[in-house]
Write a protein that binds this ligand. Structure first.
Ligand code: FMN
Length: 195
């Protein structure tokens, strides 16, 4: 059964990218609820490479600040939470548990770091998309951002690990009065073909 029109509006048609936030907190329980949905969405061979850091405290936000592009500083510092969406290059170590029906997978990725990186980035990005939709489904607004220094964020938040940052996503309740008019999207004929 398709989900109803109201739900489609929440997820897609009325959902906007927010940069100004209402003074309304986002609880740790809600952040956990986002991941509790994200984890069920599909990745190749169930590799589940996404790793997420929720930056909430003032101190942690200050660690993020120097790595943000200037235009992203205010919107990030004022957001109730900022998620760092990362991907683990060594996601394969979990495959014996996550993909028990595919016993050769761990070795295949260990032998081919380029394949491992491509797989981690592709599926981590997919999980980032699922993340935005899950947050929206739970009543939150999102402000995704790639305007930051990935290497700096990796040093600050992922030092000594095999995790790399992909993009950031501010989370909260957006101020609809601050939105600019919505930009156009490509039509079906411009973006798609049925062959
Ligand atoms: C991966 C990604 C990176 C983005 N990077 C930035 C950014 O660095 N700064 C910013 O203000 N907006 C950023 N955006 C927001 C987009 O410009 C915005 O989602 C798009 O224009 C659609 O706007 P709408 O959702 O309001 O229709 C980013 C969006 C995505 C998905």
């Amino acid at each position: 059964m398709p989900i109803n029109d109201e739900a489609l509006d929440v997820l897609f048609r009325n959902a906007r990218t927010h940069r100004n936030w209402l003074d309304k907190p986002v609880s740790p329980a809600l952040l956990m609820a986002i991941y509790d949905l994200v984890r069920w969405a599909p990745t190749s061979g169930n590799c589940c490479p996404a790793r997420i850091v929720f930056v909430v405290s003032k101190q942690a936000k200050e660690r993020l600040r120097p790595h943000l592009d200037e235009g992203n500083v205010t919107k990030t510092m004022t957001a109730p939470a900022t998620a760092i969406l990362g991907y683990d290059l060594d996601f394969a170590r979990n495959l014996p548990r996550l993909s028990p029906h595919n016993p050769g997978a761990l070795d295949a990725y260990r032998k081919d770091p380029v394949l491992a990186e491509t797989t981690a980035f592709r599926n981590g990005s997919l999980q980032g998309g699922y993340f935005i939709l899950a947050a929206r489904a739970l009543g939150l607004d999102c402000g995704p951002m790639s305007g930051f220094d990935n290497a700096g964020v990796d040093r600050e938040f992922f030092a000594g690990t095999s995790v790399k940052s992909n993009f950031l996503c501010n989370l909260g309740h957006g101020d609809p009065s601050a939105l600019r008019p919505r930009a156009a999207r490509l039509s079906f004929d411009e973006a798609c073909r049925i062959v």
